[in-house]
Design a protein around this ligand. Sequence first.
Ligand code: UTP
Length: 296
Amino acid sequence: MPRTAVVPAAGLGTRFLPATKTVPKELLPVVDTPGIELVAAEAAEGGAERLIIITSEGKDGVVAHFVQDLVLESTLEERGKKSMLEKVRRAPALIKVESVVQPEPLGLGHAVSLVEPSLAPDEDAIAVLLPDDLVLPTGVLETMSKVRAKRGGSVLCAIEVPKEEISAYGVFDVEPVPDTNNPNVLRVKGMYEKPDPDKAPSPYAAAGRYVLDRAIFGALRRVPRGAGGEIQLTDAIALLINEGHPVHVVVHRGDRHDLGNPGGYLKAAVDFALKRDDYGPELRRWLVDRLGLVDC
Ligand code: UTP
């Protein structure tokens, strides 16, 4: 696993307006825990040593979530609120967090390019986790890192998506890898943003987890800017593929939630709450009743 994990969180979050006028979407709670903490926990569990969060001005709260709050901690301690104290202490203890400010929202590729000066000369790759995407169970980054160790280059995460939904995604054109018996590792020949369902080259869509070789920074400098001056990460990856850089995907066969829009966020919240001992049983009873279902 790369030592540095990068979480781009400088987007505008327009799909979540009006909430995101003042609250960064990465801080919206999935039950009680902000999405950014879930993603930081995944990076730490995967073995990353530091997390670089790309933020924009006015989104300081995202990084502040990882700063110890001694006043709150001592209040909770005095009041004997042990389980609350554990919750409050978790984020700052997870992983070392740094931030880089993206002065203007010039695209995901531009956001990623900003971390290059923070890397040590011997860091030959970075992990990138998009905080909108929850990929469960966690562990896919370790698998992706093993694929990179064996095959070099860059490794991305894919999920299998039904044809009716494929045009909402970045889709991979893939071919089997001859010398493997793992059908979930595929070689990427190209990437297409939001294709027509009939033109999608495969059912495999990008799922917000990347292990990127340092070569990505050179590619990001070379790709042309798109509409609004944006630099797309997908374009830089496509450029690397064209130049012969090995790019593979690991197909994740578990759950995936999209926290970037209210519909996906609600599904994630319900899914997480149903699994909790404190809220799950009552929520389940209520849903069954509300939907007129028969519990089984
Ligand atoms: P999206 O375009 O999907 O999300 O970016 P957004 O801009 O936050 O939200 P909408 O589309 O307006 O609702 C994907 C990821 O890239 C980051 C976002 O924060 C998100 O995690 N991003 C995007 C940046 O960090 N900088 C950018 O300039 C653009």
